[in-house]
Ligand binder design. Structure first.
Ligand SMILES: C[S@@+](CC[C@H](N)C(=O)[O-])C[C@H]1O[C@@H](n2cnc3c(N)ncnc32)[C@H](O)[C@@H]1O
Length: 252
């Protein structure tokens, strides 16, 4: 049995981004099902995902899926309208094709060589217009990095952080998802990206007097000259930045 570490509010940054990115598609879907895959030893993240997605798409239902049967038994008392818990794994045992599969802090327990096949399998379960969000964060959710994938494969990488506690953007390196964390070495794109982000952050130091948020926004604007940033100031203000996957994908 693997550790089931989780925490209330741990995944709020990821939930917020999913609600903003997928809200319209969830509203359009006939049966908007979202899966919280590997929710852990307590059901908090699934409960919160339901609440946050229902603010943008009230018909959303969430199914929490866990590979450890005892964690399913422990979660069952929290079932309610729109929230169910099931035993299972990457086969994603729900009858529908989900609009969302969120796997947070799950693949970190697997080998890097397994990631591509797991991604393909999970992407193959998505509804048209659906999203797989797979990533990692610290225990209390101050630092997150996740990859978003459509049915066709990886699209973007998002870094999200509590700005007040950030010394350098490369502080997020220890939260890179499994596909990237071993690639933070010279010669790999993700290493060059974090190096450039640190440089842009250092150059934006004068903006710190207006607050860390202004400094982050300035640094991301600079970064955009060399990296395919796909989002804009409304997201940067939240301490986020999203970059096209191809720019950070491992070489070879
Ligand atoms: C570290 S916990 C993460 C909990 C929660 N997602 C979070 O981020 O706070 C990882 C959980 O993933 C579960 N897990 C690992 N492999 C899985 C799989 N193939 N399918 C479903 N759950 C899995 C483990 O049993 C564990 O409870």
């Amino acid at each position: 049995m693997t550790r089931g570490t989780t925490n209330p509010n741990r995944l709020r940054r990821m939930d917020r981004w999913i609600a903003a990115t997928l809200g319209a598609a969830l509203r359009r879907a006939d049966d908007p099902v979202a899966v919280d895959l590997g929710y852990g030893a307590a059901p908090w993240t699934a409960v919160e995902l339901l609440a946050r997605l229902r603010t943008v798409a009230p018909a959303t239902r969430v199914v929490g899926i866990e590979i450890e049967p005892a964690r399913v038994t422990a979660a069952r008392p929290y079932e309610r309208d729109g929230l169910a818990f099931r035993h299972g794994g990457f086969e994603v045992p729900v009858p529908q094709r989900p609009m969302l599969i969120r796997a947070a802090n799950v693949l970190r327990q697997y080998d890097e060589t397994e990631v591509a096949a797991v991604w393909r399998r999970l992407c193959g379960r998505l509804a048209p217009g659906g999203l797989l969000v797979e990533g990692t964060c610290d225990e209390i959710g101050r630092r997150h990095v996740w990859v978003a994938l459509g049915p066709e494969g990886p699209r973007t990488v998002t870094l999200a952080t509590r700005l007040g506690s950030l010394e350098h953007p490369s502080d997020l390196a220890e939260r890179l998802p499994k596909a990237l964390i071993h690639r933070n070495v010279p010669g790999e794109p993700v290493h060059a990206f974090l190096r450039d982000f640190d440089r842009a952050w250092a150059a934006a130091a004068p903006y710190a007097s207006y607050g860390a948020r202004q400094r982050w926004i300035r640094a991301v604007r600079d970064l955009r000259a060399d990296w395919p940033v796909t989002d804009g100031p409304a997201r940067w203000r939240q301490g986020e930045v999203t970059v096209a996957w191809e720019a950070l994908a491992p070489r070879g």
